[in-house]
Design a protein around this ligand. Sequence first.
Ligand code: AMP
Length: 312
Amino acid sequence: MALTAVGSIAFDSVRTPFGERERMLGGSAVHFSLAASFFTDVRVVGPVGDDFGPDELSVLESRGVITDDIERVEGGRTFFWRGHYEYDMNVAHTDDTQLNVFAEFDPKLSGAARQAQMLFLGNIQPELQRNVRDRCREAEFAGLDSMNLWIDTARDSLVSAIADVDCLLLNDAEIRELTGEANLARAARAAMRMGPKVVVAKRGEYGAALFSGDEFFAIPGFMLEDVRDPTGAGDTFAGGFLGYLDSRRGAGESPFDHEALRQAMAYGSVLASFNVEDFGTDRVRSLTREEIGHRLSEFRRFTHFDAEPSRT
Ligand code: AMP
C-alpha cells in the first residue's frame, strides 16, 4: 500500500546568491514524493491547473510516483510561490504566494489514497491537511509539516491538525513561534503536548533534532561546499525520513521505534543534502540509490553515526 502525500504541487520562482530560475516544478508534495520514492511507493494528492503539463507530470512518474490522485482543474492555474535567499540560505524570504487551484480544493481521494497506512500532510492550508487526515483513518503513522505563514494566519486550525498526527516536522524557529517557547527543547516538548508523539525540528544546514517520548537525538547536516538552492530541503528531508520509516513499517517494524527514527533522521539529512546542490528538483530527479548509499557511508564516517547503509 503506497504512502499518501498531500501538499503543494507548485511552480516556484527562486533567486539565491548563486542564480535565478523562473517557474520550476516545486511544491511540498513534489519535493517530498521524489525523495520518498527511493524508499517506498508514493501516491501524491493535489490539484494542478492548465499550466501543468506532461513535462511536469513525467518528473514524478519517472520516479514511479503514483499520480492518479492529481486533479486537473480546467481553466485553473497551479499554485505559485516566489522567494529568495540571502547568503544565509537557512532563511527563505517569501515574495509572493498564489494558492490558485488550492484555494477551493476539495480532494476526491481515491480508495487507495484513503487506505494508506503512512500519511504525509505537507505544507499547505491546515484546513486541507485536516480534511485529508479525517478521511485517511487507516494511517498508522501520520506526519505533518507547515510554515510560519499558517502559524500567523490559521493558527487554531493548524493546532487542530497537529493534534491529530503522530509526527510534527517544523523548522526550529517555527516550533518556537508555534509554542511561544524560546528554548528549543521546551518548545519541542510543548509541541508534543499538542498531540504528536514525535517532533522533528529541522535546522537547515545545521541538521535536525528528534524528540520522541523522553528520548532526544540530533544529527548534523551533511557538510557541502556547493549549495545552490535550499528550496524544498525540508520537504526532501521529510520524504527521506517518512519514506524510510514506511519501508521499515513494510518490513514489520514500528515507525515509533526510536532506533528506526534515528536511522530515518540520517536518511532525511542525506536526501536533503542532495536537494540543495542544484535548483528545484534538478538534483533529486537524477539521483541514484548508489549515490544515496555512498553519501550515507560518508555521513556515518563524518558523524560517527552507525546508520546501516545497506538498508537503502
Ligand atoms: P521548503 O522545504 O520549506 O523549502 O519548502 C519549499 C516549497 O514549499 C516550495 O517548493 C514552495 O512551492 C512550497 N511553498 C512555499 N510556500 C508555501 C505555502 N504557503 N503553502 C504550501 N507550499 C508552499
